[in-house]
Design a binder for this molecule. Sequence first.
Ligand code: NDP
Ligand code: OXD
Length: 309
Amino acid sequence: MTVVIVSDFANPQPWINGLKKADPEVEVIMHDELQDRSKVEFALAWNHPPGIFMQFPNLKTISSLGAGVDHLLKDPDIPSHINIVRIIDPLLSQDMFEFALAVIMSRLKSLVHFRENQHKKVWKKKRYLRMDQVRVGVMGTGVIGHHVASNLLRIGFSVSGWSRSQGQPAAYKKYFGQNQLKAFLNNTDILISLLPLTPETHGMLNKNTLGMLPQGAWVVNLGRGPLLVDGDLIILLDAGHLAGANLDVFHQEPLPENHPFWAHPKVYITPHVASLTDPESVAPQIIENYRRTLQKQPLLNLVNRKKGY
Ligand code: NDP
Ligand code: OXD
């Protein structure tokens, strides 16, 4: 039996190595090298060509190669009987926490500002902020967001979280549902967006919601680009309502050369690197789902296709 990789990765070798290490017996093959598509019951996917999965008559499970599944669910041609699973991995959550922390600390200690002054040979002190002087709000306290929020709290930040449902109690203050969104945003100085992209969350970071943040707030979008209405962010930055934004994800990736974010003085861009799936770390859970697919057993990290995440 065969695991097929359907992705736009320039170099899939680390994935092939990781899967082979987890199970030397498994045959791993790139979709464009495959002769007989009817052999495939299990596929790994990242940014697949739309419609391609209709060409696999015996496909049963598609595993996203990341935490997000919006790249799969936006394809209307994935038959509804196919199960979609995703990655949940402690490293992915921890890397995201470290990235969020780096971004916040850089802001609190004005590191970019001092770097700019260095280029101008300017020696000028500026007061820094301490961890307990800002309120961090994590939007989307799922697997990753909860880890980020809990750890920011543990090291001394004032933290709250917002999600769709009340969920489990947490050590940080939890808000949930549309009714509590305003209160959550009103009390957030640094907003960390870790929502999945779904029809409901599309455009959720807009003029109205971002306008509910206090004057001088900072926005960090680590979830997905289309959560944000780009033009609305620019309006609020230019009006001085927001002090700045770190953006790791975009409507179109790579970010087009003519996009106004590139040159905006208050926008800090990273190329979708907040947390990268580690093939070796996640290969065992992929192999486990492959086995479960063949044995018709319940799958790990199954996505609710109706909810969209
Ligand atoms: P989860 O599915 O575990 O969590 C999603 C969270 O979002 C849940 O708390 C859920 O609420 C909440 N949510 C979903 N829809 C809504 C809504 N309409 N209103 C309010 N809250 C909502 O996902 P993960 O934590 O594993 O990952 C989150 C996202 O992070 C991924 O989908 C991906 O887009 C992004 N990501 C980005 C990376 C990067 O490098 N930039 C790397 C990895 C992931 P509830 O708890 O009530 O269900
Ligand atoms: C993911 C991502 O969803 O890398 O894992 O964005």
